[in-house]
Every structure is written in structure tokens, then in C-alpha cells.
Design a protein around this ligand. Structure first.
Ligand code: NAD
Length: 540
């Protein structure tokens, strides 16, 4: 007789029902939502589509489906605004973003409500978006100039060539952002683009436009010139191509299949693109790890944002000597998590964001259990709390044939595996087509950092799940292998919005045979000079 995942888990051990919370309500008024909708760029009345609240599956508001012409006109206006903005000093641009930083923190309750309303996450996970937006604003306000101001470079011949590297803003940057971090993943790319002197046109996910619109309005108040940040709403498949056709660079965060479509279209136009895509991120827990801290860390790493996080952990590899202790503690802590649809901080885990994500999670659990996996915690939907709730779930004994073994779930689902040696752990962690994020838990931080360099992953966190590397915004963030192309954060996260230019002046003699000197003689003298240059340390 086949059993449902929950029956399996119940037959192994009693699974207490995670506690729930009574909904606290938000404070967003209808007028506020209408003002935000007014920030969308359209040139006429358009068809609309509802934005649904995951907590209740009811419509928040109807939002316009912009047309391809709207996108074209938004980019045209943004291009004009960019010309003036590009002439402003870094200090002038920075003032806008430092004001924005303060306003985001001061008015966080407004956007926390909006994020929760349209995405369904718990408030503490919504706060991560507020903090991240402030951190990114502060960082690029203070560091854009350092990354982009002209740099003297080594010339072709010392003393004879003066060389400078310049960076010019590209023009208009397009951003296609997803629903899982509707504030962060729009702003993390927009802030450096604007600080670089570009204009930006954002197409937020149709499911979650309000957080992005709130940030756009706040930037208006912070002093961003009109038309410099345009927001168009609609379906990706309708607006993606017109946007890519019109802009000078495209940023995309979302699934790997859609990323490939974007890259093909950007390739056709020979414009740059940056793609942050899927992940099947591993965590390695070494035998010297603090089991208590590692299991607590695994909770955050696997279940933050209901697991709908590109850098969240889905595979946990634990050394066999501590496997049982870890699994027992991880399971116990997971079962104690509080699920709820509440606009305050008392809830640990919120709702999933869409029926598709819920069904994928259910399917991965069902499939794994039918092939022999064991449910350690969770394993069932919770329609009693809300239509899209699913319990944070831990599986073990997952066979290779199960879809969850390799495929990204993007839900609150973690599989725990055992390893015997570090070599085996590294091989298992790297055995994936993805390479976005990884985590290592150990008592020896230095060893953990070295081990991190052997993992095929754009970010690695030691004794943390994802936040240490992500929030280190001075350092690049992005994916190896099928997890993406390009980087956000740090120097790379702003240089990509510029056209690099080298301006070099030649003095005294040309880089060719001077008049009256034969080509043979010139080549002999040059060869001799190059041999000498190789020995001069400053010229290497
Ligand atoms: P998706 O890639 O289809 O959508 C992400 C964004 O791309 C949305 O704004 C969407 O409107 C837009 N889009 C869709 N098709 C497009 C097209 N042809 N051209 C241009 N833009 C297009 O992802 P999804 O359906 O929302 O989620 C499916 C899976 O994607 C998830 O299960 C997860 O694996 C992954 N995902 C990853 C992230 C991330 O942070 N890396 C975010 C969201 C989803």
C-alpha cells in the first residue's frame, strides 16, 4: 500500500503539528496601492491582470499589462534622462542614494507590508530585503567613484606611452526581476546602474510589482530625476524581447531556461547581459562542526523565504560521525518552526508564493518518498493556514533516481546525506550542473575557507548558510556553470554597466621604426629592449 509523505513521516516518529499564528493585518491602504500603480509607465489604458495575495489567494489590485510600445517609449525617455544624469558628479548621485538609504530604513514598515502582501513571506525574511537594499545603496554611494574613476595604466613603453583607463556609462540598463525577492532583486542591480550614470527600465515579475514600485517612488522623493528609473509591468514572455531590443545591457534573475532565452536575445544584439539563475546548493558539515550551530544554520539556510531563494541550501552532506546527532537536532528544530500568515515578526515561516512552486515541492516530496526516501520533518501542505503553505521538510535516504536529488525545488525542502571523507564531500557537492552558493560548517575556519575554494560555486559561506557572502557587497556574487553569467556586487557589479575605454598617448618616438632606421634594425633594437624590460620589476 502506498503512503502519502505525511503518513510515512508519522509512521517513523510522531510529527507534532508546527504551531500557527493568527494573522495580524497590514496597514497598506487602497490609495497607496493606486499611487504605486500610477508609477507604472503606460501611454494609455491597457489590459490588466490581478496581483494575487499568497496568504489568501485573493486579488490585491489589477495591474496594467504594458505593451511593447510602452517599453520602447520608456526606454526612449530613460535615454534622454540618462544624458543629463551622466554629467552629474559621483557625489551628486551618491547624495540621492544616501537619502534613499535613510528613507528605506525609516519607512521600512510600508515596504515590509507590501513584500509580505504580494510575496507571502514571513516578516523577518522581508526585512532581509530592507537591510540588503540599504547596504547596497550605502556601498555604491561610497564606492562607485573608486571603481569607475579614470585610472592611470602601464603604457606600452615606459616613459614613452601615457595610458589611462576610462569607464563611460552604457546608457539604458534593462532589469527583469523575479518574484522571490521583489525589492532586493530589482534594487540590487538598479542601484549600481544608476550610480554608474545609466538610466534603468525595470520589468518586475507580474506577480510582485508593488515592492519595486514603492522603491521607485521613494527614489523620486530622494531626488532621482524624472524618467531615469522607469517601471513597466506585464508578462516576461511579452515584454522581455521588446526590452532587450531597446536597452544597452540586460540583467536577469530567474530560472536557467529563461536565462538562456535572454542570453540568446542579448547575443543577437551584441549587448552584455548578467544572469543569476538556479541553484542546487550544497552544505557540508564536517566532523569538527558544532552540531547545535550547524543545525540552527541549516534551518536558516534551507528554509529562509520558504526555500524560495536562489542561494538557499537544498543538499546537506554531514560527516557520518555526527550524522545522527545532526539529523535529530535539525529535525527537532524544523518541527518547532512556527508557520503563519501574519504581518508581524512572531512567525518563522511564511507562505509559498505560487501554486506552481507549491506543486513542485509536493511533487518532489511525493516522488522521493515513492522511491524510498524518508521524511524526517514536515512533508505536507497546510491549507488550514493558507492556500499555499507547505511545511518545512527534511528528507533522508534520497535515492539518485529521485528528481529532488538533482533538480532545484525552490521550496522548503532539504535532503540530508552522509559522507565519510572530505574528498567524498567535495565530489558530492560539485556533482551538479549548478554552482551558485555553498556552505561549509567546521571548527577550523581556516580549513573551511580553503575547502571553499575547491567548491564549484560563485559564493561559499563558512559557518553561515548564505548571508555572509551575499551581504559582503564589496565582493562579486553570481554563478558558476548553469547558475549564471556575470556578477552583481563589488567592482564587477558596477563595471558591467560601463563601456571601458583606453586612451593612450605616445611621446618622443612612434611604436614603429623611426625615419631613417631600417625595419630589420628596429626589430633588433626592440627585441633587445623587450628582453631588458622583462627584468625590470615595475614593468612586468
Ligand atoms: P522565470 O525565469 O520564468 O521568471 C523570472 C522572471 O523572468 C519574471 O519576471 C518573468 O516575468 C520573466 N520572464 C519569463 N519568461 C521570460 C521571457 N521569455 N523573456 C523575458 N523575461 C521572461 O521563473 P519563474 O517561472 O518565476 O520560476 C520558475 C523557477 O525559476 C523557480 O522554480 C526557480 O527555480 C527559478 N527562479 C530563480 C530565481 C532566482 O532568484 N535565481 C528567482 C525566481 C525563480
Amino acid at each position: 500500500m502506498s503512503m502519502t509523505p505525511h503518513e510515512v513521516s508519522s509512521s517513523l516518529r510522531p510529527v507534532p503539528t508546527p504551531s500557527t499564528s493568527r494573522p495580524a493585518s497590514h496597514k497598506v491602504s487602497g490609495e497607496q496601492l493606486d499611487r504605486l500603480i500610477g508609477r507604472i509607465f503606460t501611454e494609455g489604458s491597457r489590459h490588466t491582470a490581478p496581483v494575487m495575495a499568497p496568504y489568501t489567494n485573493s486579488a490585491i489590485r489589477e495591474v496594467p499589462l504594458c505593451s511593447a510600445d510602452d517599453v520602447q517609449e520608456a526606454v526612449r525617455r530613460a535615454r534622454i534622462a540618462h544624458k543629463e544624469w551622466a554629467k552629474r558628479s559621483f557625489a551628486e548621485r551618491a547624495r540621492v542614494f544616501l537619502r534613499f538609504h535613510d528613507m528605506v530604513l525609516a519607512r521600512q514598515d510600508e515596504v515590509l507590508d507590501l513584500i509580505q502582501m504580494e510575496n507571502g513571506k514571513a516578516r523577518k525574511h522581508a526585512f532581509e530585503e530592507v537591510a540588503d537594499t540599504a547596504i547596497t545603496s550605502r556601498y555604491y554611494a561610497h564606492h562607485a567613484e573608486q571603481h569607475l574613476s579614470p585610472q592611470r595604466r602601464m603604457g606600452a613603453l615606459p616613459g614613452l606611452t601615457t595610458t589611462w583607463e576610462h569607464h563611460h556609462p552604457l546608457g539604458v540598463v534593462g532589469i527583469i526581476s523575479p518574484w522571490n525577492y521583489p525589492l532586493t532583486l530589482a534594487m540590487a542591480d538598479a542601484i549600481p546602474a544608476l550610480m554608474a550614470g545609466c538610466a534603468v527600465v525595470i520589468k518586475p515579475d507580474q506577480q510582485t510589482p508593488f515592492s519595486c514600485l514603492w522603491a521607485a517612488r521613494l527614489l523620486d522623493e530622494a531626488g532621482l530625476p524624472p524618467n531615469l528609473l522607469m517601471v513597466v509591468t506585464g508578462r516576461g514572455r511579452d515584454l522581455g524581447s521588446p526590452l532587450i531590443q531597446a536597452v544597452d545591457y540586460i540583467n536577469f534573475t530567474g530560472s536557467t531556461p529563461t536565462g538562456r532565452i535572454i542570453a540568446r536575445q542579448a547575443g543577437e544584439r551584441l549587448i552584455g547581459c548578467s544572469l543569476e539563475l538556479g541553484g542546487k546548493n550544497p552544505m557540508i558539515v564536517l566532523d569538527d562542526a558544532d552540531v547545535e550551530k550547524a543545525s540552527e544554520g541549516a534551518i536558516r539556510a534551507c528554509f529562509s523565504n520558504t526555500g524560495q531563494l536562489c542561494i538557499s541550501i537544498e543538499r546537506v552532506y554531514v560527516h557520518s560521525s555526527i550524522f545522527d546527532r545532526f539529523l535529530s537536532r535539525f529535525g527537532e528544530r524544523t518541527r518547532a518552526l512556527k508557520l503563519g500568515a501574519s504581518f508581524d515578526y512572531e512567525v518563522d515561516i511564511g507562505s509559498m508564493s505560487s501554486q506552481d512552486q507549491l506543486e513542485k515541492t509536493e511533487e518532489h516530496v511525493r516522488d522521493a518518498v515513492s522511491k524510498g526516501a524518508t521524511v524526517v520533518a514536515g512533508g505536507r501542505a497546510r491549507p488550514d493556514i493558507g492556500p499555499l503553505f507547505y511545511e518545512p521538510t527534511i528528507l533522508t535516504n534520497v535515492p539518485k533516481e529521485a528528481a529532488v536529488f538533482r533538480e532545484e525545488t525552490f521550496g522548503p525542502l532539504a535532503s540530508v546525506y552522509r559522507f565519510e571523507s572530505i574528498e567524498e564531500a567535495v565530489t558530492l557537492a560539485n556533482d551538479t550542473r549548478y554552482g551558485l552558493n555553498a556552505s561549509v560548517w567546521t571548527g577550523d575556519v581556516k580549513f573551511g575557507m580553503e575547502l571553499g575554494t575547491r567548491l564549484e560555486s560563485g559564493t561559499v559561506n563558512v559557518n553561515e548558510g548564505y548571508a555572509a557572502a551575499w551581504a559582503s557587497v564589496d565582493s562579486p556574487m553570481g554563478g558558476f556553470k548553469d547558475s549564471g553569467l556575470g556578477r552583481r556586487h563589488g567592482a564587477q557589479g558596477i563595471l558591467k554597466y560601463t563601456e571601458a575605454q583606453t586612451v593612450a598617448a605616445q611621446h618622443l618616438m612612434p611604436l614603429a621604426a623611426p625615419q631613417g632606421v631600417s625595419e630589420r634594425r628596429y626589430s633588433e633594437v626592440m627585441s633587445g629592449a623587450l628582453k631588458i624590460l622583462k627584468r625590470i620589476p615595475g614593468v612586468r
